[in-house]
Design a protein around this ligand. Sequence first.
Ligand SMILES: C[S@@+](CC[C@H](N)C(=O)[O-])C[C@H]1O[C@@H](n2cnc3c(N)ncnc32)[C@H](O)[C@@H]1O
Length: 393
Amino acid sequence: MNKNFYKSKKFVAKTLYGLENILARELEKLGAEKINILNRAVEFEGTKDLMYRANISLRTALRILVPVTNFKFQNTKEFYTRAKKIDWLDYIKPNQTFAIDSVVNSKLFKHNKYPALKLKDAIVDKIRDITAKRPDVNTENPDIKIHLHIQNNFAKIYLDSSGESLHMRGYRLEGAAAPLNEALAAGMILLTGWKGDTDFIDPMCGSGTLVAEAAMIAKNLPPNLYRNHFGFMKWDDFDKELFTKIKKELSGKVRNPGITIYGSDVSAKAIEVARKNIARAKLENDVILEVKDFTEVNKTGERGIIVTNPPYGTRIKNKNLIQLYKSFGDILKKKFDGYEAWILSGDKTAIKNIGLRTSKKLTLYNGPIECKFHKFELYKGSRKTKNKIESLS
Ligand SMILES: C[S@@+](CC[C@H](N)C(=O)[O-])C[C@H]1O[C@@H](n2cnc3c(N)ncnc32)[C@H](O)[C@@H]1O
């Protein structure tokens, strides 16, 4: 590794739309400095120790990038020349494979994929000129992952310390209908402000993503504590001792939350998948799962939160979507007074039928689908009555 690599101490954590502030808060807790919120990303400063911790612990990050260099260029030829000037042997050995992931927003290239091809040529040519050997590209499972970002005539090149995206915690191998991205699920829960101290219910839990992420938050269990592959493990400066020490320290902080985390779904197949996922996440003692229609679900305790993602047409066909939301609203009103309910839905019409007053509405994206994340506060009677009672007491 180039000796100046960590000198700037700068990192960039990528995330999903709407989770930037939550990610910044997570980074602050880890001890990151000079935190700067960007669009779907957060810049910060720290050490190699922090980079390892960030990869293991951040719930809402997708990847942690480390800057290699940045430069201006006037045309494709200059881009190649500048890219070839980089001491690529510091980062990639001729017997290693690599892949380039790029985000390009520039009129200087005819195709958005072209800069990544040019960068690949520059890397291969540079290493071949020096060693007479060439590293191979492997897009599936590369040893070294490079991230290229081009805005007009400005290129930024990073090493990707995460490798595979951090939302791939490793517990969800089984495909179920329309599962949430794990980082999105964790972000939704953190956005509610829930701290793992009251019961948590997802009555349409599908493959169990929300209950799995809730259990990990409540247990103070880092989402990637059990993951044994990160991009930085293939770097020549990988400090195994430090990595093991951090994992041991974080394992020692896992706690037993003493609350109920409950997931149910009308589909027996979905619950079968959820059970396998929960077991793989080693959370079988922390999450209760049942096959149940949501109309049959009851409070698990006096105080609690419901976070759920009902079907919404685009990804799951449901003929009676309007009726489903209406009946879900009725159940919330009837059975869950004293609870908070947060619902993620991509169907603006269907969610109106819930018949409850929204007290907060946030925008998130489930893949390409723009969704609203609604908060409902559930009281006995109407909000008006509650306010009256409070003002009299
Ligand atoms: C969008 S999916 C939830 C995906 C889940 N968040 C995940 O990450 O896997 C909606 C779920 O609602 C369930 N569902 C639909 N109608 C239901 C009902 N009446 N009672 C309980 N679950 C229902 C479906 O079986 C489906 O699993």
